[in-house]
Design a protein around this ligand. Sequence first.
Ligand SMILES: Cc1cc2nc3c(=O)[nH]c(=O)nc-3n(C[C@H](O)[C@H](O)[C@H](O)COP(=O)(O)OP(=O)(O)OC[C@H]3O[C@@H](n4cnc5c(N)ncnc54)[C@H](O)[C@@H]3O)c2cc1C
Length: 493
Amino acid sequence: MPTATATTVPDREAMRRALLDVLPARCVLHAPEELQPYECDGLSAYRRTPMLVVLPETIEQVQEVLNLCSRRQVPVVARGAGTSLSGGALPHEHGIVLSLAKFNRILSVDPVSRTARVQPGVRNLAVSEAAAPHGLYYAPDPSSQIACSIGGNVAENAGGVHCLKYGLTVHNILSLEVVTIEGERLTIGGESLDSPGYDLLALLTGSEGLLAVIVEVTVRLLPRPERAQVVLAAFDDIEQAGEAVAAVIAGGIVPGGLEMMDNPAIRAAEDFVHADYPTDATAILLCELDGTNAEVSEQIMQVRQIMLDAGATEVRTANDDEQRRRFWAGRKAAFPAVGRISPDYYCMDGTIPRKHLGPVLARIAELSREYGLAVANVFHAGDGNLHPLILYDANRPGELERAEAFGGAILELCVSVGGTITGEHGVGMEKIDQMCVQFRAPELAQFHAVKAAFDPQGLLNPGKAVPTLHRCAELGAMHVHHGELPHPELERF
Ligand SMILES: Cc1cc2nc3c(=O)[nH]c(=O)nc-3n(C[C@H](O)[C@H](O)[C@H](O)COP(=O)(O)OP(=O)(O)OC[C@H]3O[C@@H](n4cnc5c(N)ncnc54)[C@H](O)[C@@H]3O)c2cc1C
């Protein structure tokens, strides 16, 4: 596991007493059994026990806690539901975890302006449930939506099946209330389409808890489409499935969702939720069309034809909402389903230009043989956002390290075809080394400058998301531009 950046070791007992001056005792956890549940997030291979955990109940308390941490130079890791797959919410051993779990109220739903004001600890799915009586919903739908929080979604700029058509979190929020490390409350963004000043809303979205703590979110709501229908296409060649994805988009159709699963993922999902998938297919595509009745009818005909032209061996259209839900249930349950067939899995997240889907999947299969570890692919094909799940057994010596190396090779493969090392899961702890491959020193230096403008002491989620130039130099993975070694003054190892 990568190490946290070093800080001075704070006096734990003195910090606990200081926190009890600004928080009720029920909001400060310190006993080992209370701290243990916070020692990891969804990337459970990495674990650290935090010094203390706080669960404030009001924005004023968040301000007090952050101001205290700033004065005492104590690192702070904000935490929503802890479902991050990149170790974003992994604690700092000399820091506190600031859980937003008690900020779980939907403050208002306004059907006229089609917005909702929500606290950051509200579950993603709960927003759509609250909006449903008005015929509205919140579009970004990560597969973890029954558990993950809106604050965590903003911090990770989360995506989901419907983001191909309706955008990521950043496209579906209007404003944020945030608290800086000094305890200042800021209002970012607003209800109008444009706002003066720098676009701090976009900057804070995806900032992984490194710039400020989000304490309120105003989200955009969309009207439920008149009709939504899913086409399932089966292929016996994964490259053909990749070509079908590109052909759908090239045909001028923007589906509500366009997802791909390979054979190991299909079989795992089928065994788990009985989604009625063809288990002998090499790959399936799920393509959802939504809109008015007339639009959907026409697009279904087009998509069916595109799939057949691309070589699909079978094309099915969900006949009713029940079948549509079943098709999606398999996709949404694919991660836990894979969890049933392997003691451990390591979920990667990288994005590539759609046209490279076929060759990249073929190369991942080769890498799987080279590293001696099986892989299941289930992903947002329309966005080119891959999620290879590397299957391993942490109890077998060396397998975790091999899985990590395999994962690193996949991410570098994504970069080599013009893609990125993250689609929606963030960088966190997991992909920090690949940031040295993705970016050059001047770009990383600007990221550090932005961080320093918000958090000069580097106390918010230290050691995550943006590697130091030293770290990149040590890895030897830094970009060399026109043969010029960046920062030649740094010692290389
Ligand atoms: C089974 C499964 C499926 C998943 N599917 C998807 C998917 O389809 N799409 C997708 O995008 N992700 C997916 N994820 C990853 C994860 O659910 C998302 O990244 C989610 O946005 C994390 O939300 P959270 O509330 O759990 O945040 P946490 O895990 O608690 O935190 C994530 C990061 O956000 C920061 N943070 C949390 N709350 C705040 C706050 N209030 N203020 C400032 N920073 C904060 C943390 O410091 C950390 O860096 C999946 C995860 C699992 C386990």
